[in-house]
Ligand binder design. Structure first.
Ligand code: IMP
Length: 191
């Protein structure tokens, strides 16, 4: 489904109906698996649009909570929790909600952190799986879309804070963005 936006290296990955259908499928999987309800733990900030749509598409009760982490940069040491959940996770079915699993380091870290809290179950639901650069092997329980090694923007995914509020998912050229982070602003926002 390659659809260009008239800017070099920018292509549509998933349009709004495609996103809705994918989110609904994941919501149905979770609703079927967790009749007693779930605690959705989302990783700030990229997963917010996905979380909001996922929670509303589910037919079961859900509590929503958030974690914020220091960003992982090679050489900077391990990831740390900047903001923790306030929900008591004891004996709850907890679902980690991520917009994309790339190296897997974020998921692996959170699985080990949250797994120590006497949860009843702990699973991962990611909108996008990009296995090409996986460093930490993680079991992904619910996957919306598996993609090749392309950089993604939109629907929560950003590049240096830009493009998060796009209603679609697009793949972008990292060389173009490295030269000018605003390179796709005109094509996507018309300004
Ligand atoms: P990890 O490498 O699996 O730990 O993913 C770390 C985080 O990097 C993700 O939660 C995203 O916020 C961000 N990230 C990874 N790939 C992309 C991308 O293609 N576009 C925008 N952000 C990304």
């Amino acid at each position: 489904m390659a659809f260009g936006f008239g800017a070099p290296g920018l292509e549509l990955l998933l349009d709004e109906p495609g996103i809705s259908a994918t989110v609904q499928r994941l919501a149905d999987e979770l609703s079927e698996r967790h009749e007693d309800g779930v605690v959705l733990v989302a990783v700030l900030r990229g997963s917010v649009p996905f979380l909001a749509d996922l929670a509303r598409a589910m037919s079961i009760r859900s509590v929503v909570d958030f974690v914020a982490l220091t960003s992982y940069t090679p050489g900077a040491g391990r990831v740390r929790i900047l903001m923790d959940v306030t929900t008591d996770l004891t004996d709850r079915d907890v679902v980690l909600v991520e917009e994309i699993v790339d190296t897997g380091l974020t998921s692996a870290f959170l699985l080990s952190e949250l797994g120590r809290r006497d949860v009843r179950s702990l699973s991962i639901c990611t909108l996008i799986n990009r296995p090409a650069r996986r460093v930490a092997p993680v079991k992904l329980d619910h996957v919306g879309l598996e993609i090749p090694d392309r950089y993604v923007i939109g629907y929560g995914l950003d590049h240096q804070g830009r493009y998060r509020n796009l209603r679609v998912l697009a793949t972008a050229d990292t060389d173009v963005l490295a030269k000018d982070p605003d390179a796709y602003v005109e094509a996507l926002y018309g300004a």
